[in-house]
Design a protein around this ligand. Structure first.
Ligand code: ADP
Ligand code: SF4
Ligand code: MG
Length: 375
């Protein structure tokens, strides 16, 4: 496998305060992340709100400059890209935003929104060719081509996210980064958009970086997963290994917090003890020690490095070997299967909906969910 995107020890600290009433400080949003993303894979990043996922995503595509560290895309430095190199990066790497309600300019028609990236990156394209390309892109994401004349407010959240995906596909990208692309959508619509992304990824040979906090989505879509806590990766491995045998106490707690199948309202899920500390004042040593049931004196003093075992499964915990031998609070098999079953439930729920077959490169869709939702 060849590497498409590589991050080396990325750091992003934001300066805060320093005004009349507050002391100057630093928020360690991303605090030393290294990654290698392979061509064609779906790589998931998971972690609680505030752990640095969005900041990391923005660093990876140079929407932010890092405090330290390097990113390279296709062997080219992203961090220092200028001129043509930056323009190529903007064409090849696209972003899908979390909130389909605020990410689309309400004053532009769908046709303009989807066609705009073509105006920038394919200026040689004539108007009628561009219109045809926009129609094809709308079809690819399960929307009617005649929607090109309408405006974002005329669409549901799921449809707006499809417009966002069509816009991202317009430049023919090689890598798409989705920052919680379904978390603002109704549960019934989430699976449709998840399956659309999975189908597009496979059919177009895209590499996907998917930021999600829903473990069911991650299990369903991703090949590998990185778990983040307070700006660092604490565990990274294949999706199967993560769900079958998580090693870091934080990951184990996250998986145990997955809602059960009958937990429709999210009322009875287990919680990870305590609050995540502020990234403006992270605890010394292992930053998870304030919440870790296995913490020992060493954990408060020494930062555990993210180290890969012989099987490639990487964990940042001094005691993961000892902890792996201890039973988990909840039955992991039941819990993670429950998450998977929940996604299957979503799938079945959409089977009766009105269908517009989605043509991806002119081929019919493989998934029953990869089509327009009309809710
Ligand atoms: N521009 C900024 N200025 C100051 N702090 C920021 C800024 N952007 C993000 N942060 C802080 O960095 C931390 C990580 O944020 P973020 O990357 O958005 O996390 P996540 O996407 O995992 O929820 C949070 O504490 C957030 O408040
Ligand atoms: S290093 Fe210590 S505190 Fe950190 S996760 Fe491992 S056992 Fe827990
Ligand atoms: Mg975020």
């Amino acid at each position: 496998m060849s590497v498409i995107l590589e991050a080396d020890n990325l750091v992003k600290h934001f300066r805060t305060g320093g005004g009349l009433f507050s002391k100057a400080g630093r928020v360690r949003a991303v605090d030393g992340v290294s990654l290698r993303i392979e061509v064609g894979e779906t790589f998931a990043i998971v972690g609680e709100s505030g752990c640095g996922k969005s900041t990391l995503a923005r660093l990876l595509m140079r929407l932010l400059d890092p405090t330290a560290g390097e990113v390279s895309f296709d062997g080219q430095q992203v961090t220092r890209a200028r001129g043509k190199a930056l323009s190529t990066l903007r064409r090849d790497v696209q972003f899908i935003f979390q909130d389909p309600f605020s990410s689309l300019n309400p004053r532009l028609s769908v046709g303009r929104l989807v066609g705009e990236p073509l105006e920038v990156h394919a200026p040689e394209m004539g108007r009628s060719e561009r219109r045809e390309k926009v129609a094809e892109l709308l079809r690819q994401v399960g929307l009617r081509p005649e929607y090109a004349d309408r405006y974002p407010h005329e669409f549901s959240g799921g449809q707006r996210q499809r417009i966002g995906i069509a816009r991202a596909l317009a430049t023919g990208p090689r890598l798409i980064i989705g920052d919680e692309p379904v978390s603002a959508l109704d549960v019934s619509v989430q699976a449709q958009v998840v399956n659309l992304l999975a189908d597009l990824g496979r059919d177009l040979g895209l590499t996907l970086i998917l930021i999600a906090h829903d473990l069911a989505v991650i299990r369903h879509m991703s090949d590998r997963v990185a778990v983040m806590y307070l700006g660092r990766i604490v565990e990274q491995t294949t999706t199967d290994a993560l769900f079958e045998a998580p090693r870091h106490p934080y990951t184990r707690a996250l998986l145990d917090a997955v809602p059960d199948l009958d937990d429709r309202g999210g009322a009875t899920r287990a919680r990870i003890e305590g609050e995540m500390p502020s990234p403006a004042a992270p605890p010394p040593g292992c930053t998870f020690h304030t919440r870790c049931p296995h913490a020992q004196a060493l954990c408060r003093e020494k930062v555990p490095m993210l180290e890969a075992a012989a099987d490639g499964h990487a964990t940042a915990c001094h005691f993961w070997r000892e902890i792996e031998a201890t039973p988990r609070v909840a039955s992991r098999r039941i819990r993670s299967d429950a998450a998977h079953a929940r996604l299957n439930l979503y799938r079945r729920a959409t089977e009766g909906a009105e269908i517009i077959p989605v043509a991806t490169n002119g081929r019919p869709s493989k998934s029953p969910d990869n089509r327009e939702e009309d809710t």
